[in-house]
Write a protein that binds this ligand. Structure first.
Ligand SMILES: [Zn+2]
Length: 493
């Protein structure tokens, strides 16, 4: 995959991504180009929210949406008392978009008191008095934004939040008895990856020589890049590799073929039908066992440019670039500390550690062994038609310069050419590009039904590890299970 075939971050002002969205704004644009957000005060143990909020508002599409919310563009949908409104106000203070500009020498952080006060509406099982799982908070916040932005009677995948984060997987199950292939689709909003040993049965369907040699080549690359670290490239490969669903007649587990009606072994494989514009990659560091939990402490390695082309249904060229890394330091989910490394609009990376902001070299952001979840933005292939309506943001909230963070800005504070550092590396990876196809509108995903009652209304995200048999017992806590039981985590709205 040649990265020069894709627009870089900030390269095309009219970039609305690859999935045909008309309202998505992929780049920071002039409004934010010189802006840097402020830090967030820690209320004791709320670093898990602060790290997630920084990762969230460093996604250009999300922040542009929040500005639109504040300007009343979504006033028919967004309740002024909603969490979305509070996040929009909080982010405007962070970015210095308020009328009262940040004064030079003024505070370098703000107090996210109002947002913390809404924790119950974001995830009612979480406490501001206790360390919680930052990824879970991030996904709960995402769910809340999605629900807030979905008008009554509409589907969640009509929300702009779906445009920003939503993807879908094709799941193919091949019956080992009659060869029938059953295909289903599932929306996803993040990828939850196992670290280390594959969760899958090693038995896989036969693959051809070419594919095998490509896999072996990639494996040796992965090993080289991460001698003592788990490689997320490997975890992703495991995630998308074929899985044997074993049948046990005694406990009636396994797969019942819809064609031959037999309970039989089957091969299950997932491919990406719709690659999301923003990809949240979660690493399963915390293992839960009854009431206790443990942490996988081993370091991880992750690339700046993530190539998912080989996992797509139509073999489209799909590249992502890293924009945030949320890091967990410490021994367990209930202790330790979260910080996030985020790419600022000018391309400079900074570590947001509650109130403190430190400029760091990109290299450092790319090599944090304690990474817990990663935010990638999809790069748009140059074959994708760019909108002629150059993104204009009719704004009367003029951004004002924000005092620089406490660390000195590196000398080369010019926006780096986003392509340059990776071009050479990526060029060698693969040649031959298939023209990306516009998603087929007939393949629209199944969407949760329109809400019926307030209690039932939350039909938000399903965890991506809930892929049939794959998820197992560790149903993630932000999820509402598909059985229709109202999740305890969401009691408001
Ligand atoms: Zn069959």
């Amino acid at each position: 995959m040649d990265v020069t075939d894709f627009y870089g971050i900030e390269e095309s002002p009219a970039d609305r991504g690859s999935n045909g969205s008309k309202r998505l704004v992929k780049n920071w644009g002039a409004q934010f180009s010189t802006q840097k957000p402020l830090g967030l005060l820690n209320h004791g143990v709320t670093c898990y929210t602060n790290a997630a909020v920084q990762a969230m508002i460093h996604i250009p599409a999300v922040q542009h949406y929040l500005v639109d919310v504040l300007q009343g563009k979504y006033k028919d949908t967004i309740n002024p008392r909603s969490v979305s409104q509070v996040l929009a106000e909080t982010s405007a203070r962070m970015w210095g978009l308020e009328k009262i500009a940040h004064k030079k020498g003024g505070p370098k952080f703000i107090n996210p008191k109002k947002l913390i006060g809404r924790l119950d509406d974001i995830n009612c099982m979480m406490s501001e008095w206790q360390q919680e799982d930052s990824h879970e908070y991030f996904m709960s916040l995402l769910s809340r934004l999605q629900e807030d932005s979905t008008p009554k009677g509409h589907k969640l995948n009509e929300s702009i939040i779906y445009d920003i984060f939503g993807g879908s997987l094709d799941q193919l199950v091949t019956c080992k008895n009659c060869g029938h292939v059953s295909k289903t689709q599932q929306e996803f909003y993040d990828l939850s990856l196992h670290l280390g040993t594959s969760r899958k049965n090693s038995q896989t369907e036969p693959i051809d020589k070419e594919e095998l040699s490509a896999i072996q080549q990639q494996q040796s690359l992965d090993e080289a890049e991460s001698k003592h670290r788990f490689s997320i490239n490997k975890s992703i490969r495991d995630f998308f590799s074929p899985e044997l669903i074993k049948t046990d007649r005694s406990d009636k587990s396994g797969y019942v073929c819809e064609k031959c009606k037999k309970r039989t072994n089957a091969i299950k494989r997932s491919t990406i039908d719709r690659a999301p514009e923003t990809l949240a990659v979660h690493l399963k560091r915390f293992r839960f066992n009854g009431n206790s939990s443990s942490k996988v402490k081993q370091g991880v390695s992750y690339p700046l440019i993530l190539d998912l082309s080989q996992y797509t249904t139509r073999h489209e060229p799909v590249l992502y670039q890293l924009i945030s890394v949320v890091v967990h330091e410490g021994r367990s989910v209930s202790s330790g500390h979260y910080v996030s490394h985020c790419r600022q609009p000018d391309g400079v990376w900074a570590t947001y550690d509650d109130e403190y902001i430190n400029i760091i070299p990109e290299k450092q952001a790319l090599r944090d062994p304690s990474a817990y979840y990663l935010i990638y933005t999809r790069l748009t292939h140059k074959d994708v038609k760019q909108g002629s309506d150059v993104v204009k943001k009719a704004t009367n909230m003029k951004p004002t310069p924000v005092p620089s963070s406490k660390a000195p800005t590196p000398k080369s504070s010019q926006p780096p050419k986003s392509l340059s550092p990776t071009t050479k590396k990526m060029k060698s990876l693969r040649a031959g590009i298939i023209t990306p196809s516009v998603p087929d509108p007939s393949l629209v995903q199944k969407s949760p039904q329109a809400p019926t009652s307030r209690k039932q209304k939350f039909k938000g995200l399903k965890p991506t590890n809930n892929l049939g048999n794959l998820g197992g017992k560790q149903q993630k806590r932000y999820a509402k299970d598909s059985s229709g039981n109202a999740s305890k985590r969401f009691r408001k709205y």
